[in-house]
Ligand binder design. Structure first.
Ligand SMILES: Cc1cc2nc3c(=O)[nH]c(=O)nc-3n(C[C@H](O)[C@H](O)[C@H](O)COP(=O)(O)OP(=O)(O)OC[C@H]3O[C@@H](n4cnc5c(N)ncnc54)[C@H](O)[C@@H]3O)c2cc1C
Ligand code: FES
Ligand code: FES
Length: 484
């Protein structure tokens, strides 16, 4: 076991031990590494001021070439960044020559007070790592900048700067910092697990699932850490760091997706960005919908398993998983000697109450699985929030219907989020949908949905508003499928 996390910052390897391993990455970069170009504004993943680029490539990560992606450093814990290659705004410039994103921000007047500027420069640089010259237009650029806020300049000059930077031939960050030497040093370190303890806190990252399950059952108080995008926010807002954290980032099988052509099995450390790329063929509607999930910085690390395990009734992926035959695979230590105990829990049985999961103490979710879209099926996913990008859902809905005629439904699955303490499948509504669908029937089903749900009132909307939304989302679905 290592007693340090290995992190390359702007090409320089750093072994991080003790207290520093429990700091948030942005604080560590600014205070301990002496790189204050990374800014902290919201400290909760919402503004992008703290954006850095990260590449992570442990052995067995599916063989895809590592690439540098934009991530928020304010809600990432340093130990969780073990094995990562980070580039901060200080690492972009080559000698006296500013990077294309920096040059373009200057030329296009993309900065005024400048506080948000390093974050935008890093988000633009992350975009440039993913698209060849000539592939970026206003729409693509705006999508890559949904995780960044600016209070002074206005977004048009910044989007122009992103497009201008994209038109310039450039040497990629990956070419500069993704050297074989740096990657092989990190790989070698990651062949060994990590355990760091400091003043009553401990983070443990083993390389096998067996060790992870044994730790979870020996330490029932431990929190399993996915990418920390949910866990990190309350810690920044004053909640104590959990006394024991179990990180799964070194376990090769959890970094993989398996696809048998019918069902996709997604490991606990697969990012939503990788999942979205994979779903373009397997489940295009889900891939489209993931556009609306958080921001690129969050999706580049956050996991599907983490979304499922938060147990939040407004988790965006849950209505989809409920209609797509979703299930979670869990593992726990054997009673005596022998292999791990494994079981599969259908999503319809996972949620027992508000944020309560049907997991036994010591059980870890290893994968989430769901069906590919079937050819004869229509799937539609909807999210209503107070603004389109980077916002929490008020009500979400998923509809999947199989047709046996132009307007005749053979079977239907309907699920909602944000209308009860748990995400809901609605079997009575599904049964009522079977048969001919016409506008009159659609209206009566919309009313039945509004009557059936039991939402609560909170800052995002009253119970009455949510009832109307739930009914209206079905009206929208029916209109879309009836109008073809
Ligand atoms: C700015 C911002 C925007 C966001 N936008 C959205 C959004 O649009 N839609 C949305 O649904 N969510 C959103 N979220 C919430 C969050 O990003 C997601 O829920 C994400 O999928 C969590 O994944 P993670 O890997 O970071 O989980 P973590 O934060 O690491 O963990 C979340 C929870 O899951 C548990 N857990 C993680 N892995 C396992 C495992 N293998 N076994 C058992 N338990 C486990 C953890 O203990 C913790 O309780 C947003 C968060 C932020 C900060
Ligand atoms: S400081 Fe706002 S996203 Fe990190
Ligand atoms: S330039 Fe001031 S916040 Fe963007």
């Amino acid at each position: 076991m290592r007693d340090y996390a290995l992190i390359h910052v702007n090409g320089v390897p750093r072994e991080v031990r003790g207290r520093d391993a429990f700091m948030m990455l942005a604080d560590w970069l600014r205070r301990e590494v002496g790189l204050p170009g990374t800014k902290i504004v919201c400290a909760e993943g919402d503004c992008g001021a703290c954006t850095v680029l990260r590449a992570f490539a442990p052995r067995g990560a599916g063989g895809s070439p590592p690439r540098f992606e934009a991530v928020n450093s304010c809600i990432a814990m340093v130990a969780q960044m073990d094995g990562s290659h980070l580039v901060t705004v200080e690492g972009l410039q080559e000698g006296d020559v500013p990077a294309p994103a920096q040059e373009a921000m200057l030329r296009c007047h993309g900065s005024q007070c400048g506080y948000c500027t390093p974050g935008f420069v890093m988000a633009i640089s992350g975009m440039l790592e993913q698209h060849p010259v000539g592939e970026i237009d206003d729409r693509v650029a705006a999508n890559h900048l949904t995780g960044n806020l600016c209070r002074c300049t206005g977004y048009q000059p910044i989007v122009e700067a992103a497009c201008a930077a994209a038109a310039v031939d450039r040497r990629s960050v990956g070419d500069r910092y993704g050297t074989a030497e740096a990657f092989s040093r990190a790989e070698e370190a990651m062949d060994r697990g990590l355990e760091i303890a400091h003043e009553g806190r401990r983070v443990f990252a083993p390389t096998t699932l067996e060790e992870a399950c044994a730790f979870a059952s020996r330490h029932p108080e431990c929190r399993v850490a996915g990418a920390f995008t949910d866990l990190g926010v309350p810690i920044n807002k004053g909640r104590a760091m959990p006394p024991a954290l179990l990180s799964l980032h070194l376990i090769p099988e959890l970094l993989e997706m398996e696809d048998d052509g019918r069902r996709l099995r997604v490991g606990a450390r697969v990012s939503l960005a990788s999942l979205r790329r994979r779903c373009r063929d397997a489940s295009p509607e889900f891939a489209r919908f993931l556009n609306l999930f958080a921001s690129p910085q969050i999706k580049n690390v956050a996991t599907l398993v983490g979304n499922v395990a938060t147990g939040s009734p407004i988790g965006d992926t849950l209505p989809f998983l409920l209609v797509a035959g979703g299930s979670v695979h869990v593992a726990s230590p054997p009673a005596g000697r022998g292999p791990l105990r494994r079981r599969e829990i259908p999503m319809t049985e996972l949620y027992r109450g508000y944020r309560q999961l049907a997991l036994e103490p010591g059980e870890i979710i290893t994968h989430v699985a769901f069906d590919h879209d079937a050819g004869d099926e229509t799937i539609r996913l909807y999210k209503v929030s107070q603004r389109k990008d980077l916002d929490i859902t008020t009500v979400g809905a998923a509809f999947a219907v199989v047709w046996d005629g132009p307007r005749r439904i053979a079977s239907a699955r309907v699920a909602y989020g944000g209308v009860a303490a748990v995400p809901l499948r609605m079997p009575e509504i599904e049964a009522a949908l079977v048969g001919e669908l016409d506008p009159r029937k659609a209206e009566s089903i919309a009313r039945a949905i509004g009557d059936a749900v039991q939402p609560i009132s909170d800052v995002r909307g009253t119970a009455a508003y949510r009832r109307v939304l739930a009914a209206n989302l079905f009206r929208r679905f029916a209109t879309e499928v009836l109008d073809g």
